[in-house]
Design a protein around this ligand. Structure first.
Ligand SMILES: Cc1cc2nc3c(=O)[nH]c(=O)nc-3n(C[C@H](O)[C@H](O)[C@H](O)COP(=O)(O)OP(=O)(O)OC[C@H]3O[C@@H](n4cnc5c(N)ncnc54)[C@H](O)[C@@H]3O)c2cc1C
Length: 389
């Protein structure tokens, strides 16, 4: 398997310190050695490579930028570089790591009781236990504030009723972070697999994120102990803060998918010959596409680095992360489409990674706040006027 050399047009590597480059190299090699040999078949077979989970834990990639309870305590830039490399492999692998770290471990660490942290975080970090994050409902995606799932207090229990859908890792997870409406507003709950009244089922027929488990969760008079509520999570801002963590990782991850598509197209265009035995790379229209891709990838790298540095300095705002997620996913999707074009008919096969990235990126554009919703967040940030309704 050929090792990935990276894409660095503007010498941006000079902006990373030794530790950051070492973390990136570790993630890069993991993807080259462990994911690349299996990902094509995983995507074909609609299978997540669960055999890689213990190694993700050992390398410190699960909850990598969190502190304590066995977490690696990496910087946000180091974490971003891990996400970039994982998504160069496949968006499904990066999604798995995003959900486990940003959407399950982060809320437990930020809003959980000491007992909840002790119980869950070390096992989630090692990958011994998997988690999922249930916010979206059949009728409420972009507008989670409308959620219908309820939690009612009955003596020492909470009783949950409702349905969540499009939940990554839902059937695989031993613990679900579930957001529900209470008399006191929206609150977060930890629901353990096997709890009576809690059932899960997988969503089939996806042409995107095939190497990722996506599920529906159902709660029918599901009784959980009162101690399973996250005490610090009050209101919608709690799940939104988790989404900000995950979107930050997506902003970096999308660069990885774009790099893989660009590099595949660049190499192909030099080798592929048409018209008088000339490489297609010698045509101006082909070079214009490659020039567009490398320019946009370079801008995306600079955007990710700046947002990462702001996050490490605790100066980042949710609206900064919206720009990162929206821009980088959009350019990655456009890059994958241009790369598919440059590969001609070969571009539609899974002999090359491009069509797989393209299909995955359609999901990445939609989840964690659609492209439109992030445009509205940016619009609100610069005008002071919310235009969601
Ligand atoms: C593979 C996959 C994995 C996922 N994993 C998870 C998970 O782990 N946990 C979880 O909770 N959710 C998850 N999701 C759900 C995801 O977050 C939602 O799909 C997303 O929030 C969009 O919601 P929706 O699909 O209901 O689309 P809708 O909200 O119905 O939007 C449809 C279209 O309308 C547009 N639109 C909606 N409102 C506005 C507006 N005000 N202004 C302009 N345009 C608007 C949208 O931008 C979009 O183009 C996942 C989704 C997928 C596909």
């Amino acid at each position: 398997m050929q090792s990935f050399k990276g894409v660095d047009y503007l010498l941006i590597d000079t902006q990373f310190n030794e530790q950051e480059l070492l973390v990136r190299q570790t993630a890069r090699q993991f993807v080259d050695d462990r994911l690349m040999p299996v990902i094509r078949d995983c995507f074909r077979d609609a299978r997540f490579p669960t055999e890689l989970i213990p190694e993700l834990g050992r390398l410190g990639f699960l909850g990598a930028n969190l502190e304590g309870y066995g977490c690696a305590g990496m910087s946000n830039v180091e974490y971003g570089l891990i996400m970039q490399e994982l998504e160069r492999g496949d968006s499904g692998l990066r999604s798995f790591v995003s959900v486990q770290g940003a959407l399950v471990m982060y809320p437990i660490l930020s809003y959980g009781s000491e007992e909840q942290k002790q119980k869950w975080l070390p096992q989630l970090q090692s990958g011994a236990v998997l988690g999922c994050f249930g916010l979206t409902e059949p009728g409420f995606g972009s507008n989670p504030a409308g959620m219908l799932t309820t939690a009612k207090k009955q003596s020492e229990c909470w009783v949950l009723n409702g349905e969540k859908t499009w939940i990554t890792n839902g059937t695989a997870a031993q613990v679900a972070v579930v957001w529900a409406r209470t008399e006191d507003g929206i609150r977060g709950f930890l629901v353990e697999k096997g709890t009576p009244g809690y059932t899960t089922s997988d969503i089939h027929g996806k042409w995107s994120m095939r190497a990722s488990v996506t599920s529906s969760l159902s709660f029918a008079d599901c009784r959980i102990p009162a101690s399973n509520m996250l005490p610090g999570a009050k209101g919608l801002k709690a799940p939104l803060s988790c989404l900000s963590q995950a979107r930050y990782g997506i902003g970096w991850g999308a660069i990885g998918a774009a790099m893989d598509c660009y590099e595949t197209a660049r190499q192909y265009s030099i080798v592929r010959k048409q018209f008088d035995d000339r490489p297609i790379a010698s045509h101006q229209l082909v070079q214009e596409k490659l020039a567009w891709m490398i320019t946009e990838i370079t801008k995306a790298q600079l955007l990710a680095l700046q947002v990462g540095r702001l996050k490490d300095q605790r100066k980042v705002e949710a609206a900064h992360i919206s720009m990162l997620k929206r821009n980088n996913v959009a350019i990655a999707l456009d890059t994958s489409r241009l790369a598919r074009d440059l590969l001609g008919a070969n571009g539609i096969t899974d002999e090359y990674p491009v069509m797989r990235h393209l299909c995955n990126l359609e999901t990445v554009k939609t989840y964690e706040g659609t492209d439109h919703i992030h445009a509205l967040v940016i619009g609100e940030r610069v005008t002071g006027i919310a235009a969601y309704k």
